[in-house]
Design a binder for this molecule. Structure first.
Ligand code: SAH
Ligand code: F3S
Length: 475
């Protein structure tokens, strides 16, 4: 009989990808997806450790799940396996089993290819399983070839593909180098094979993922060490050539790693969407240096200019941290200036959160909480206004939208514009999964609304999907 698996995913897109791969590893053991923990035989929390209280939130959720597990045992429905995966598991390790002894498995982001063994051990009742190694073997060599169905999110048309993991940059505020480990690129041949499988399964949009995706330097062939290496620009060009792949994106990029080929790809590869998430963190050189970022504010401005020269309609997104230790009012003003000068289509901003074990957490001049809150509100006002202005500016244009979800109302479909905006439209079900030109007639804070543009609405016997033509957007 099929067993049921419930995975709850927190944090970044890479965790979304990892959760999908965990489901694939467990499928041969008979596990099928369950919507809630209440009717699952196995529950996995795939956790995030990037900011505050992450661990505390996991422990409080575990308190609730413990009762679900106990109820299940009492009702005779059979045991429930309860697991914590991801970066909190990696960071807490054995401490997690001490604080939550009712857990069956605790494993990090680099070991989930061993899930079948872990499940076997946990099911034997031989005690809890802890696996937070950074194993010498590469999990990607041991995972099944992805079946796309699980990996593809959103109607199976848009999928994440991890090409790079880990980080050696050691920004002084960040836990990623500790929880995800050393920087590692998958061989280009393996990435291309996975992209081909995705395309064959109907995926039309691929987002190449990495903690530091643009430092990608994968071996050209399957072999490790020796042989030519590909950088991300070349990988993007090759993935774009795969039949069926119509849209490409990549995230997250480190400004100092944007090389000429990657910038040129924004000019030369029409499948590469005109949207880039390019975290800057701060507009103050002093703070950037204290963060151990290997770029200054002007380097970032120049980089944006070069990207926009390559792709004039490029929309930008970013991450900002306010209240890094020692940040003065003048430093913060420099951040506001930079945001104003660049102009973002959307952005994420956070209060600095001291992470145990990172260098910045040990700095003396921590910024008071109230000051952080004030600065965050001021920055968010600016970024929100920029987002609204960007959305407003889209009204009246025709955008190719990949329709991949149902809307709240009957007859409504939702998709993504080239610039990552959600777009709602009343459209026939037959257009689900297609890239359709929509006339944008409404803008909201977080989405757009559109109508099927002339030709389609008239029901002319034209194909219902058009190649996305970025040239038209620039006009
Ligand atoms: N390159 C990474 C970025 C890691 S974290 C990636 O895979 O996306 C995402 C963002 O969280 C960072 O860009 C940073 O703005 C924010 N962040 C990371 N550590 C933080 C901390 N200690 N406090 C506040 N924000 C933080
Ligand atoms: Fe973190 Fe900086 Fe790497 S933000 S993921 S240490 S580039």
């Amino acid at each position: 009989m099929a067993k049921k698996l419930h995975i709850r995913t927190y944090g970044c897109q890479m965790n979304v990808y990892d959760s999908a791969r965990m489901a694939e590893v467990l499928a041969p053991l008979g596990y099928v997806p369950a919507d809630t923990a209440e009717d699952a035989d196995m529950v996995i929390l795939n956790t995030c450790h990037i900011r505050e209280k992450a661990a505390e939130k996991v422990y409080s959720e575990l308190g609730r799940l413990r009762r679900v597990k106990e109820r299940r045992a009492q009702s005779g429905d059979g045991p429930m396996i309860l697991a914590v995966a991801g970066c909190v598991a990696q960071a807490e390790g054995a401490e997690m089993l001490r604080r939550a002894p009712f857990l069956d498995m605790v494993f990090g982001p680099q070991t989930y290819h061993r899930l079948p063994e872990m499940v076997a051990r946990a099911s034997r009742g031989a005690g809890a399983v802890l696996d937070t190694d950074f194993p010498a073997e590469d999990k990607f060599d041991h995972l099944p070839a992805t079946g796309a169905a699980a990996t593809a999110e959103a109607g199976g048309r848009s999928a994440f593909l991890t090409v790079q993991e880990g980080c050696d940059k050691f920004c002084t505020f960040c836990v990623v180098p500790y929880t995800r480990g050393a920087e590692f690129s998958r061989p280009a041949a393996a990435v291309l094979a996975e992209a081909r499988r995705l395309a064959a399964a109907g995926v039309r949009e691929v987002t190449l993922l990495g903690q530091n995706v643009n430092c990608y330097h994968g071996a050209a062939d399957g072999a490790r060490g020796g042989g030519a290496e590909w950088r991300l620009g070349r990988l993007i060009a090759a993935v774009a050539e795969i039949d069926g792949i119509r849209r490409l994106r990549y995230t997250t990029s480190y400004p100092a790693d944007m090389d000429d080929d990657l910038i040129a790809a924004h000019r030369d590869v029409p499948e590469l969407m005109p949207f880039l998430h390019l975290p800057v963190q701060s507009g103050s050189d002093r703070v950037l240096a204290a963060m151990n970022r290997r770029h200054g504010a002007d380097d970032y401005r120049r980089l944006v200019d070069r990207l926009r020269a390559a792709r004039p309609d490029l929309a930008l997104s970013s991450d900002f941290i306010v209240g890094f230790p020692g940040e003065t009012d003048a430093d913060f003003r420099a951040t506001l200036d930079l945001a104003r000068q660049v102009g973002y289509a959307q952005a994420y901003s956070f209060k600095y959160s001291p992470r145990p074990g990172t260098p910045a957490a040990a700095l003396e001049d921590q910024v008071p909480e109230a000051v952080k809150a004030e600065r965050l509100a001021e920055l968010q006002d600016l970024l929100n206004a920029q987002q609204v202005a960007f959305n407003d500016a889209c009204v009246g244009s025709v955008l190719p939208v990949l329709l991949d979800r149902h809307g709240r109302h009957g007859g409504q479909l939702v998709g993504r514009s080239p610039f990552m905006q959600a777009v709602h439209v009343d459209a026939p079900e037959g257009l689900m999964g297609e890239i359709v030109d929509l006339r944008i007639d409404g803008a909201h804070a977080n989405s757009l609304s559109g109508t099927l543009s002339g030709v389609l609405a008239a029901g002319a016997d034209l194909p219902v999907s058009f190649p996305a033509d970025p040239a038209r957007l620039r006009a």
